[in-house]
Design a protein around this ligand. Structure first.
Ligand code: 4NP
Length: 157
């Protein structure tokens, strides 16, 4: 069993997108009994809320349903449960590094380190921008999600 947690700031745009897309791939590959997925935010503003309507709409046009997800805040206890804690940007990562127990033996890092594109290390926050930002999130997440699955598969052998 491998457990993966995606983390952004609000848990209503980027990390729910990663959660939904990675889940879609994992179900398609029939690995949903082996890989558990969740997402959370470093901030507390949107706890209990569904993802941003622009995020849900953009994802739906590519066949992903994010509407069932609800935002929650990340906590130090998540490090007891998750083998991979993957941050969307450097700011999320530094917040998580401060929260991480010294005993954590899993992988804390940037999600896009599993991607194949050289042009982005972080998933840019689309919240205050236009539609293109939401499409870019989908492009970056689809690429890195496939890379993450390949990585986990290779480790399992
Ligand atoms: P996310 O985007 O971190 O990708 O969920 C944001 C959502 C909300 C806010 C910031 C970023 N906010 O400031 O409320």
């Amino acid at each position: 069993m491998t457990k993966v947690l995606f983390v952004c700031l609000g848990n209503i745009c980027r990390s729910p997108t990663a959660d939904g897309i990675f889940n879609h791939i994992v179900v398609r590959e029939k690995l949903d009994q082996k890989i558990i997925i969740d997402s959370a935010g470093t901030g507390d503003w949107h706890i209990g809320k569904a993802p941003d309507s622009r995020t849900v709409a953009a994802a739906r046009t590519r066949g992903y349903d994010l509407s069932v997800l609800r935002a929650r805040q990340v906590s130090a206890r998540d490090f007891e449960e998750f083998d991979y804690v993957l941050a969307m940007d450097e700011s999320n990562l530094s917040d998580l590094q401060r929260m991480k127990p010294t005993t954590y033996t899993g992988h804390l890092g940037l999600f896009l380190d599993f991607g194949s594109r050289g042009d982005y290390r972080e998933v840019p926050d689309p919240y205050y921008g236009g539609h293109d930002g939401f499409e870019l999130v989908l492009d970056l997440v689809e690429d890195a999600a496939q890379g993450l699955l390949n990585h986990i598969r290779n480790r399992a052998h």
